[in-house]
Design a protein around this ligand. Structure first.
Ligand code: SF4
Ligand code: SF4
Length: 307
């Protein structure tokens, strides 16, 4: 997977260099990087005119993926897919690798998290455990029902997204969500230059905008490429499983199970079932644990929050 990513980034850099060279404008890499010394090593690229050109390797740099799905297509979702997540509580040690990967990849504002990990204890004498929560991508989403401008919506593949171009920041959806999964962007987001230059896409949820609401999006840009959401890939303990109910299959990248068997065999459940929200996130109970309950293992660089 890593190899594919670097190849894609390499190609993106190549295309941009080709565009710059082909349109006769100053090369943005040379003007931005006056101190960069040419290596003498040339890379062949295809210009917009279809010509093969050569660019010094020193002037190439990876950029974030250029998203090609229109916001109209992003609202529809991926045909034939029926996404689902399973979170195995027996495996979670609160390392927060899921959270830091999500924050980094979506450039979530410092101090905010789309994935929260809570310390749980169901009753006085029962064992403590860690519980990660994402957006539940409810099939009966209260957030969607209350949005006055159709900014938050449910797709055919089950994913609930927000179109920040439409969001007016009324926060009705935040009040309606029983899982407290949404966050409000009170401040200007801290974006890298590459992300700030991108056109907004509601499928990547980036660039985020001040005065709008954000939340876990199940990384639909990754799933469209056949890759796993960032939290799933980042967890070293295989806590998160993602998959397609139509294929009855979920994977954490290492292990793959039939969704129906996994839920049945391990007594899977959903949070706040009695509300009728029909979440797409299932939990496996924290029994037969891989690790004893411990605190203080979270990423040293993680945000210091209660969750
Ligand atoms: S968890 Fe909250 S934000 Fe996500 S779909 Fe359900 S109600 Fe909406
Ligand atoms: S804050 Fe935005 S997404 Fe939420 S209900 Fe208001 S307009 Fe809709």
């Amino acid at each position: 997977m890593k190899q594919e990513t670097s190849r894609r980034e390499f190609l993106t850099a190549g295309i941009l260099a080709g565009v710059a060279a082909g349109c006769g404008k100053p090369n943005p890499f040379t003007s931005e990087n006056e101190n960069v010394q040419p290596t003498g090593e040339k890379v062949k690229l295809l210009s917009v005119d279809g010509e093969i050109i050569e660019v010094d390797k020193a002037f190439l740099k990876p950029v974030a993926d250029l998203h090609t799905v229109s916001n109209a297509a992003a609202r529809v979702g991926i045909a034939g897919k029926n996404f689902v997540m399973v979170i195995d509580l027996a495996r979670c040690k609160n390392l927060k690798k899921c959270q830091s990967a999500c924050n980094h990849m979506h450039q979530v504002h410092p101090g905010q998290n789309w994935i929260k990990i809570s310390q749980m204890q169901d009753a006085e004498h029962t064992a403590k455990y860690w519980q990660p929560t994402t957006c539940m991508h409810c099939d009966e989403p209260p957030c969607v029902k209350v949005c006055p401008v159709d900014a938050t919506f449910k797709r055919q593949d089950g994913i609930v997204l927000i179109d920040s171009d439409r969001c007016i920041g009324c926060r009705f959806c935040m009040a309606a969500c029983p899982y407290s999964t949404r966050v409000f962007n009170w401040e200007e987001p801290q974006l890298t230059k590459e992300v700030a230059a991108q056109n907004y896409s509601c499928e990547t949820s980036m660039p985020q905008k001040k005065g709008t609401v954000g939340k876990c999006d199940f990384c639909p840009d990754m799933t469209r490429k056949g890759e796993l959401p960032h939290c799933v890939s980042a967890c070293p303990n295989g806590v998160f499983f993602f998959g397609d109910m139509n294929e009855d299959s979920v994977t954490n990248g290492t292990e793959t199970f039939r969704f129906s068997e996994l839920i049945k065999d391990k007594a899977g459940y959903r949070l706040m079932e009695d509300l009728g929200t029909k979440p797409r996130v299932y939990y496996l109970p924290p029994v037969n644990r891989n690790f004893p309950f411990e605190t203080g293992l979270e990423n040293e660089t993680g945000h210091k929050e209660a969750h």
